[in-house]
Design a binder for this molecule. Sequence first.
Ligand SMILES: O=C[C@H](O)COP(=O)(O)O
Length: 246
Amino acid sequence: MTQLLVSVRSAEEASAALAGGADLIDVKEPSLGSLGAADPQVWRDVIQMVRAQVPVSVALGEISDGERRFDADSFRGASMAKYGLANMADSAIWMSLAARAYEQVPRGCARVAVYYVDQSRAKCPPLHDVLRWSGQISATTILFDTLVKDGQTLFDFFTPSELTAAIATIHEAGMKVACGGSLTAEHFAAAISAGADILAVRGAACEGSRTSRVNRERVRDLKAKLNSFVGEGKVHYASNDKSRFA
Ligand SMILES: O=C[C@H](O)COP(=O)(O)O
């Protein structure tokens, strides 16, 4: 069943996301970018607050920001970790640079490989290269996200059928797929129909912009929307059938 991931920047926001029914909590600092790394003390605060009720993932920033060392202890209690690959498209050695950065993620913490769907703006490597490389870091999940948060969503860059095909390829490779990128409830049907395992949101869970606060009621509404598809199996999404899931 598709799960709801909510990105938070504090233990207080994690509490709101949990109370709203989030299935996974992701820690990031949204003012520092799409995958902005929060201070490891924030990771610890969130992990302590969540008390293993749901998995917690941590965002580690961009590989292109340069090597930032994280204390191995900071990852204690984190289930997943991810870096962004923005600005790596022109690097001949991005695969080894990125693989080296992931080496500091302890083995018990699953690695998530990220593909920015606004690839030309993000200047990130193409999807097929990210997938080829994901084996090098033993990634368990591929996250589709947008680098630039200007209102364009995942579906401004992927048609539903392109997303379906990409997810099928990733599933065949034995990995899960998390879909993010300014998704709102009205995108859920298309993403679930395409086969997404996880829907990753921040902006839609916040009171205002994605740098404002996560709101419990908003998370509850998003979870209710997701739950409305339970039992549907693959949602049969078609352009003339949107109203059923709107
Ligand atoms: O991990 C996914 C991102 O936090 C999604 O953020 P967004 O919904 O504001 O694009």
